[in-house]
Design a protein around this ligand. Sequence first.
Ligand SMILES: Cc1cc2nc3c(=O)[nH]c(=O)nc-3n(C[C@H](O)[C@H](O)[C@H](O)COP(=O)(O)OP(=O)(O)OC[C@H]3O[C@@H](n4cnc5c(N)ncnc54)[C@H](O)[C@@H]3O)c2cc1C
Length: 320
Amino acid sequence: MAASKIVDSDSPKEAAMIRPRVDAAEKLIGVRQEALNGQAFVMLVDYMGNDDAVVQAARVSYGKGTKTARDDAGLIRYLMRHRHTTPFEMVEFKFAMQIPIFVARQWIRHRTANVNEYSLRYSEAKDIAYIPEPRAVAPQSKSNRQGREGQLPPEVVGAFTNDVREHSKRSYELYKKYLDAGVARELARIVLPVNFSTEWYWKIDLHNLFHFLGLRLDAHAQYEIREIAGAIAKIVKAVVPVCYQAFEDFTLNAISLSKKEEGALTAIMGGATIEEACASAGLQLTRADGKEIKTGEGPEFLDKLSKIRAAAMLRDVSMV
Ligand SMILES: Cc1cc2nc3c(=O)[nH]c(=O)nc-3n(C[C@H](O)[C@H](O)[C@H](O)COP(=O)(O)OP(=O)(O)OC[C@H]3O[C@@H](n4cnc5c(N)ncnc54)[C@H](O)[C@@H]3O)c2cc1C
């Protein structure tokens, strides 16, 4: 568990309230955690609470009884498993970050955070534009309409990155030109594309941060926000290692099955083929004309099945 204890007793009135301090987290305060090849960063500004703060809050509701039954890590894992989420709201994080505007547009959709953003009405835009690394430039995915997948010819990758660089340079020159000509900052900025950077302070509690990370570390999230969410995750892990482990085990890397999926899995374990099992459970894998379906419940079940198979093979289980 974390370095310091906040409470000596179950009652908040009697508790010796010592501000928790996590050595690993203290070392991260004010240190840039870079992402996107150094073109974005997140930085821990402050934090309130640690693993013990979650335990402290939970013991207020569960009382002494739990103390003997479970150790602190066990209690945290119980809370996460049973979605008793409010104790996780007792821990708060404040980050400073610099991220591309197109990533910020996705980030801001997470409404449970407090945000204060650099104003391009008040201040001048910085000449910081995201140029994707060649390995991040890929074609439109055929199975995921929102994603990218596969490889492009090197000449297309090279031309794209060069053009993005040129376009960014030209846009910033235009921006400066019209600032110099007296156009107001709030209007001149409209010539800047969304790969330019913004900066903000972002404050959020641990429960909502886990919700954010669950969505934005997922393979379905855009590569760029995933990378920056990854930098946030490293910080969170340092501040609340036990909570983070529980989040990884019960949310991030967990597989949940719908009623239909459970039925199909049971049928497979009973000897049915995947096609038979999916058909009997109502999980569609092909269209009426026999063509394979690429998205939807059926293909998503196949993804889950391959993860279960991989895990079963690791454990030498021959059921699925
Ligand atoms: C892979 C991916 C693709 C996406 N594609 C699109 C897209 O194409 N278009 C698009 O517009 N968005 C898209 N989004 C954004 C998505 O719809 C959500 O807006 C975003 O993920 C924030 O999720 P949230 O509302 O759960 O989070 P938060 O805003 O952080 O809210 C957390 C939780 O608080 C509760 N909550 C917060 N505010 C309210 C409220 N006003 N009323 C009721 N409950 C509330 C909800 O339970 C919510 O889940 C996408 C997101 C992802 C991850």
